[in-house]
Design a protein around this ligand. Structure first.
Ligand code: KG4
Ligand code: ZN
Length: 367
């Protein structure tokens, strides 16, 4: 047994897309606690443009971040003096926002003489299930957000293998584009889900892209094209048409995920037969979708996997996951002494060995 570990308290900052967020997380031995988790969404600033406008996002981060950091410290009933380190998202994401968050963190670290941790946003998503559910390595992560659609093998802190990714659109992007095509407002995902509730999922036979293919990746652009063709063919769309397209689209997505993710569950079983109850963790905004959640839950049940879906506010972008990744890195002795010189990275794969795919994660803003 090692010596008892003292508490590690980390201030986290997240500004990689359109949420300005700060949080304080404490790790005491093995006990993890979120002391505060403050998120300011900019959705309203961007809605009239139908998507995130990078310049508006960066400016909004500049205006809001100081106050959000103060609020996170106050809510945690702590001060900068009492935190052990400052962790900030350093990529991937919109570079303007990353600069704001990372520079603020550098200034706070310099002023308080505390170590800085430059965190990969995807690592934050990947490790969240250890904060919420105390999950042990290894496990599988399905990340489905506006900028990423990936299956990642999480082997340890800083140790990841990308098993699958999208070869074109991210899943959230497919929802957002489909919404736009059928006249639903931004952000598309929640609005498509709402419309789908009163729709007929069998009216349109949309494709199940990649179904049956041996390679484990995703593709959603063909589905989007099929939606466009169907919508054009029956335009102008009635409310019922919009509902039926939404429901049919969502059904195609659910079935596609089921088949695609199932392949990686099988692979995990083969490679990690020793893990008695393997786990699939879901993260990213699309994980809010109830149809997708129940499809994944049923898939996991069939495969003997535990399905771990962290609470929604920790599935979507937040700073608690960044602070937590920082705490995990400190515990694992992975503090980069040169972090003060770390430059933000708009692209930063979790798995450096994974071959970049043309078009994958094109939007790159959200993860
Ligand atoms: O994780 P998130 O808040 O931001 C990042 O992308 O990192 O995810 C946002 C994405 C958007 O594309 C949004 O349309 C999608 O998640 N989304 C949904 C739902 N809620 C959010 N997609 C489908 N169904 C939902 N209920
Ligand atoms: Zn994200």
């Amino acid at each position: 047994m090692g010596a008892p570990q003292r508490e590690i308290r980390v201030l986290g900052i997240e500004t990689s897309c359109d949420e300005t967020a700060a949080a304080v997380v404490s790790l005491d031995g093995v006990r993890a606690e979120i002391l505060s988790n403050v998120v300011l969404s900019q959705i309203e600033d961007h809605a009239i443009f139908g998507g995130v406008v990078p310049e508006i996002a960066a400016r909004a981060h500049v205006e809001a971040l100081d106050g959000i950091v103060e609020a996170a410290l106050a809510e945690a009933n702590t001060s900068l003096d009492e935190v052990d380190a400052i962790a900030a998202t350093a990529g991937p994401g919109l570079v303007g926002g990353l600069i704001v968050g990372l520079m603020t963190a550098k200034a706070l670290a310099a002023a308080s003489d505390k170590p800085l941790l430059a965190i990969n946003h995807l690592e934050g998503h990947a490790l969240t299930a250890r904060l919420t559910d105390g999950l042990d390595f290894p496990y599988l992560l399905l990340l489905v957000s506006g900028g990423h659609t990936q299956i990642v093998l999480v082997k340890g802190v800083g140790s990841y293998e990308r098993w699958a990714t999208t070869i074109d659109d991210a899943l959230g992007e497919a929802f957002d584009k489909t919404a736009k095509l059928i006249g639903l407002p931004y952000p598309g995902g929640p609005n498509v889900e709402k419309a789908a509730a009163s729709g007929n999922a069998e009216r349109f036979a949309f494709p199940r892209p990649m179904k049956g293919e041996a390679r484990p990746d995703f593709s959603f652009s063909g589905l989007k094209t099929a939606v466009r063709q169907a919508a054009t063919a029956i335009a102008p769309l009635s409310d019922q048409d919009v509902a039926d397209i939404s429901a049919s689209f969502q059904a195609a997505i659910a079935e596609t995920l089921e088949e695609r993710v199932g392949r990686s569950l099988d692979r995990f079983r083969r490679e990690f037969a020793i893990v008695a109850i393997p786990a699939l963790v879901v993260a990213g905004g699309v994980a809010a979708n109830a149809t997708i959640r129940s499809t994944l839950q049923a898939l996991c049940n069939r495969h003997g996997f535990a399905f771990v879906a962290p609470p929604l506010d920790l599935c979507t972008d937040n700073a608690a996951m960044i602070a937590w990744a920082g705490a995990e890195r400190i515990r694992a002795g992975l503090v980069d002494d040169d972090a003060m010189h770390f430059a933000p990275r708009s692209r930063w794969p979790l798995d450096n060995d994974a071959a970049p795919l043309i078009g994958a994660g094109r939007r790159g803003a959200k993860a």
